[in-house]
Design a protein around this ligand. Structure first.
Ligand SMILES: Cc1cc2nc3c(=O)[nH]c(=O)nc-3n(C[C@H](O)[C@H](O)[C@H](O)COP(=O)(O)OP(=O)(O)OC[C@H]3O[C@@H](n4cnc5c(N)ncnc54)[C@H](O)[C@@H]3O)c2cc1C
Length: 380
């Protein structure tokens, strides 16, 4: 381990918290500062689209209570000077560092008149709207957040319309077979699907679609993807391109003292011919931040590449949908267990005959097996 006197972690959510915990666990006893724009103790986002909307506000992240004095809450980093190793905060404070962890995450894409969901405030406001008697909820985007909001709103007895620009919701992430099943699953659970068209604007609950149709709803919620929080890195000297561009070890490209982790990091993945990927899932932020922190302490020469198989789970109308790897890279897909008709199946995805991803619906054991096969680059 090299000797670093001061480390700053920017972003006090899952990746930032895990980085701080890892640094301390690995024996770093220098000055450690966690800078977080939100005023809260780091909390867990997955419940925001599920239990929080149903009234259970437990979003605890274990370990968050141990942060103590090291943590500057409600403060935003507005500038980085990587050459001079300085972070500037929104109140003008300049903080010097020997090592920096960038964990500033991502924020939702927005459209006027549309609610989005990223923070506890967003979730509580959405819940208040749902509780205030809004009968018809229109969800824009059938990705995992949109799908979960649609599912929760149905559970609460609301009428739900889901608009998605693909042929079926989650077509890119799940592949044709599982996405077709998901569309049927939404419809069997009372969701009205509008696919193959985009929302162009929303005014007073009137939702205009690119194909000329106009829909109306009492409440419009968007799950239209996210943008990495990198504005504060403009002019820093770091490479930023849809996230902080990193090396396989999560060091910012060309840097010996800055690492990045979580939704904001884009790095070349060994399993995928070093293609640059950015992963917006919980387990990635959780595991990647620990590796980034260890690598920062070890120094660039001793750092290990991060090559975990990305994985993700979502719950929609009682079904558990999991993915491993990157199904969208595949040129071939095959159902390898169960069948869509029995609402329990797994699909394996391959490129040039080599497994690159898997999707499982109500089949967690198959997902575990397939994830191992993806990691080992087995043939389909
Ligand atoms: C509603 C919802 C449901 C989800 N459900 C699932 C799920 O079921 N499964 C799954 O795998 N994933 C899910 N996710 C995704 C998962 O929560 C994210 O991948 C994870 O939160 C990423 O953690 P992070 O720490 O990298 O970034 P974030 O959680 O985005 O945190 C970044 C933090 O940095 C702060 N910040 C930003 N800029 C600055 C700055 N300049 N200075 C200081 N602080 C800054 C932000 O305010 C934020 O607190 C869900 C996300 C949401 C929003």
């Amino acid at each position: 381990m090299r000797i670093l006197g001061k480390i700053i972690v920017v972003g006090a959510s899952l990746a930032g918290l895990r980085a701080v915990q890892t640094l301390r666990r690995e024996g770093f006893d220098g000055e450690l500062t966690l800078v977080g724009a939100e005023a809260h103790v780091p909390y867990n986002r997955p419940p925001l689209s599920k239990s929080v909307l149903r009234g259970d506000e437990d979003v605890t992240l274990p370990g968050a209570e141990e942060l103590g004095e090291e943590w500057l809450r409600g403060r935003r980093a507005v500038r980085l000077d990587a050459a001079n190793r300085t972070v500037v905060l929104d109140d003008g404070t300049e903080l010097g560092y020997d090592g920096l962890v960038i964990a500033s995450g991502a924020r939702p894409r927005r459209l006027d008149g549309v609610r989005t969901l990223r923070t506890i405030e967003d979730a509580l406001a959405l819940r208040a709207e749902l509780d205030s008697g809004h009968e018809h909820v229109l969800v824009i985007g059938g990705g995992f957040i949109g799908g979960e909001v649609a599912s929760t709103a149905r559970q609460l007895g609301r009428k739900v319309t889901l608009v998605d620009s693909g042929p079926h919701p989650m077509h890119a992430g799940l592949g044709a077979e599982a996405a077709r099943w998901l569309a049927g699953h939404h419809e069997r659970n009372g969701v009205e699907l509008v696919t193959g068209t985009r929302v162009t604007d929303v005014t007073d609950g009137r939702v205009r679609l690119a194909d000329g149709r106009v829909l109306s709803a009492d409440l419009v919620v968007g799950g239209m993807g996210v943008t990495p929080n990198t504005e504060w890195l403009e002019g820093s000297g770091l490479a930023v391109d849809d996230g902080v561009v990193c090396e396989p070890t999560l060091y910012a490209a060309g840097s010996a003292d800055v690492v990045a982790a979580g939704d904001v990091a884009r790095w070349p993945h060994r399993l995928y011919d070093d293609a640059l990927i950015r992963v917006e899932h919980w387990s990635n932020a959780n595991e990647q931040s620990a590796v980034a922190a260890r690598n920062l302490l070890a120094g660039p020469q001793q750092a290990q590449p991060f090559a975990d198989v990305p994985n993700f789970a979502t719950h929609v109308h009682g079904a558990r949908i999991q993915t491993a790897g990157l199904p969208h890279l595949a040129d071939e897909a095959r159902v390898v267990a169960g069948s869509p008709e029995e609402d329990r199946f797994a699909v394996a995805f391959a490129r040039d005959g080599v497994l690159v991803g898997a999707v499982a619906v109500n089949a967690p054991k198959d997902l575990i097996r397939l994830k191992r096969s993806v990691a080992a680059r087995e043939a389909l």
